[in-house]
Structure formats: C-alpha cells, structure tokens
Design a protein around this ligand. Structure first.
Ligand code: PLP
Length: 427
C-alpha cells in the first residue's frame, strides 16, 4: 500500500490500525468473517472504474467485454453453489437484495410477515424503522417462550388473519436451522410467496450442512460476507424460474414475463444504478472458494466450534437460548448473571473480545441495553482456531462477565487475548 501511504498517510494509518485491531482482537460477531486476500485483491482492483449498468450482453455502456466475463462467472458459480436456476449478483448488500425481492414481488401497502426484530429477525423483515415496515404493511411472528423456537402456531394464526403476500423466513439471531418446509406449508395454506433470507446461513447451506431453501422458497436472498466469507454484498436466487403471477407481459412478444426478469428489473433500474464490478469479481472469487471441498471442512469446524461454545457456556451456568445451536451462532441470556448485554459488550470490548449485545426472546430490556449477547464462530474459525481455543475463550469471557467492573481482570484478559491471537495471524 505504498501509494496510499505516500498520498494519504491519514487513511493509510487508519487502515493499518484497523488491520492491527482485526489481528489482535477476538472477533465473535456472528455476522462477520475474514475474507481471503484473493477476494481483497479483486475488490481493490481497477474494475471499480467501470460503469456497467444493465446485465452481461445487454449493457447501457460500451467497453463491458471483460466485466461481462466476470459477472457471468459470478452468476454461474452462484448457481452451481446453491443449485439454483437463476442468480442476480448485483445487489450491493443483503438489505439491497431484500429490497429488490420486495420491489419485484410486492406493491406498496401489501402485507408481509417476518420474524420480529426482537426475536432474532432482521430490520428488513418489516421493522418500522426500515423501508420494509414503512412501505409495506408488516406483521411479525415470534419464537416460543419455552424453547426459543419459531412459533409456527402463532405464524399460522396470524397468516390466516392477515393474508400476507410474502412470508420471510431466515433471521439474524436464530441459533437453530430454518425449517423451510414448515414455512412453505403455511405459505401454501394462505396463498403467500415464501422468501428465504439466508444471509446468516448461506455458507452452511453452500456446504450442505444446513437444509437448502430450495425447492421450498419461491425466492432467496443473501449477503455474501457472513458465513459465505466473500466481499460485502448481496445476491438474489431462484431455485426454479417461473412465470410471474401478476400477468405482466413483455410489450413486444406479449408473452408472460418470467420472475427472473422482474427481479433483474427490480435490482436495475429499480433500486440501483451501476453495479460494483470490482465487488462482483470478488463475489466470483469467493464462490470459487466455497465450491472447493476445503470450504466444507471450514463450515464443519465452524459448526463444531459453535456447538462447543454452547456446551462450555452451559457447563458454567449460562442460559443458552433454545438450549444450544445447530448453526454458527449462540445466543446467551445473561439475566441470571446480573449483567446486561450492554455492560457485557462494553467490558469484553475493553478486554479485546468483540461481540454484540443482543435482545433475547421476550427481553424486558430495550434494544440499547438488552439482556443477552450473540456469539459467532465463523471469524475465529477462519483464523484456524478450534475446540482448544474455544474452551480458553469461554473461560476468558466468563471471567470478564463475572468481573465486568474490575479493571485489573479486564487488563489481564486483554493480554491473554493478545497472546492467543498472535498464534493465529490473519493478514
Ligand atoms: C445481515 C442481514 C441482512 C442485511 O445485510 P446487509 O448486507 O447488512 O445489508 C439481511 N437479512 C438478514 C437475515 C441478515 O442477517
């Protein structure tokens, strides 16, 4: 980065500090990961210079021969990875991919149903602070108090009452597998479309260690930077393309347009202009990595580490929401530990352990305080950490949570974290 250092030492030094932070801190945020140097090179390439509005072979700009090749590779690999018939690799983020899905499938005011934000859902699943809850009439469903699992009875009752056009399954803080088949039964019963938002579980699905959303979901969206370990971005997938159910016809031929055409139009020009070709190239690189057999080993280790986190916390008297995990994340309910999610996050941050406070189901505290923390294994697994390290990390977290106001304990944990991280360098 000598060019940057010479030209803009301020930004160069900020990047330097951030790389040091990533190397010296323990990253336990469940939605984060460390992408490969190959992906970073693609994302930092001159492909960023190219305007390519439109799609491969039908762009609004000249000179797209090479970016067309990159996008076609990204599409082909995404289709192969998820066994999908259609992929749109242009959405700038997970949220943008959801916006594209809604624009293609809904009219303003239509009813959508998603998991409540405070029960593990995502902002874009109908929260009132998001476009999804402002443009659409959103109704949320919940998890059950006794076991933290999706309350399908609640969902069915509300679905019958509100007749949603779209039901969204998938979440941001749900430690269990998404039961796509059960969601589809309910969607069919009320005549709704099923949208699988697999942002969190995409890597698990790609590695075939989580059920596939296909053939159950009519449409699927995901971010590419979480368990999938690619650059920051999103994609939209169709397991099987189908004729759009709204009777929209192509003006010239008079034939009914396919759903893929509606999604393409929703993404560009519907919500976006020029695609980020450097990021699309980075996505292609990440998909190639995920298609390699070594990615299955990685995800297997992610799941083993997460399960061990849950076991080790339970053995130390922690309440683990839903009693465990079958994904990459664990949700701790700290109400019996006399500490809030906010206090725990803060004390752990001072000790070099990065995670996020999180609402637990039926949380009496506000989203700014919360009663829990979310812990994910994808990033530390990418560094090469395994069960031995997980055990050490649980001990360190426990120490900080119990002594969350003791500066000397926090300082000593910070040194231990630094030592541990030294043996697992990232960049
Ligand atoms: C992370 C996430 C998103 C949003 O992705 P961004 O890239 O942050 O916009 C959407 N849905 C779910 C379920 C997520 O976990």
């Amino acid at each position: 980065m000598s060019n940057l250092k010479n030209q803009d030492p301020d930004i160069a030094s900020i990047i330097d500090s951030e790389v040091k932070r990533q190397n010296n801190f323990l990253e336990l945020i469940a939605s984060e990961n460390f992408t490969s140097k190959a992906v970073l090179e693609a994302v930092g390439s001159p492909l960023t210079n190219k305007y390519a509005e439109g799609y491969p072979g039908r762009r609004y700009y000249g000179g797209c021969i090479h970016v067309d090749e990159a996008e076609n590779l990204a599409i082909d690999r995404a289709k192969k990875l998820f066994k999908a018939e259609y992929a749109n690799v242009q959405p700038h983020s997970g949220s943008s991919s959801n916006m594209g899905v809604y624009l293609a499938m809904l009219e303003p005011g239509d009813c959508i149903m998603g998991l409540d934000l405070s029960h593990g859902g995502h902002l874009t699943h109908g929260s009132k602070v998001s476009f999804s809850g402002q443009i659409y009439n959103s109704v949320t469903f919940h998890v059950k108090k006794e076991d933290g699992l999706i309350d399908f009875d609640d969902l069915l009752k509300k679905a019958k009452e509100h007749k949603p056009k779209l039901i969204i399954c998938g979440a941001s803080a749900y430690p269990r597998q998404v039961e796509f088949e059960k969601f589809r039964e309910i969607a069919d019963e009320v005549g709704a479309f099923l949208h699988g938002d697999i942002c969190h579980n995409a890597g698990l699905i790609a590695a075939e260690m989580h059920p596939s959303p296909f053939p159950y979901c009519h449409v699927v969206s995901t971010s590419t930077h979480k368990t999938l370990r690619g650059p920051r971005g999103g994609i939209i997938l169709l397991g099987k393309d189908f004729e759009n159910p709204y009777g929209i016809v192509a003006p010239k031929s008079g034939r009914v347009k396919m759903m893929s055409e509606l999604i393409d139009a929703a993404v560009m020009p519907g919500i976006q202009g020029g695609p980020l070709m450097h990021v699309i190239a980075g996505k292609a690189v990440a998909f190639k990595e995920a298609l390699d057999p070594s990615f299955k080993d990685y995800i297997k280790s992610v799941l083993e580490n997460a399960e061990y986190f849950a076991e080790e916390f339970k053995s130390r008297g922690y309440n683990v929401v839903s009693g465990g995990t079958d994904t990459h994340l664990v949700l701790l309910d700290l109400q019996n530990k006399d500490v809030t999610g906010k206090q725990a996050e803060h004390a752990l941050d001072l000790a070099g352990i990065t995670l996020n406070k999180n609402m637990v189901p039926f949380d009496p505290k506000s989203p700014f305080v919360t009663s829990g923390v979310r812990i994910g294994s994808p990033a530390l697994t990418t560094r090469g950490m395994g069960l031995d390290e997980v055990k050490i990390i649980v001990d360190l977290i426990d120490k900080v949570i119990i002594n969350n106001e003791d500066k000397s304990v926090i300082e000593s944990v910070k040194q231990e974290v630094k030592e541990l991280c030294k043996s697992f360098p990232i960049y």
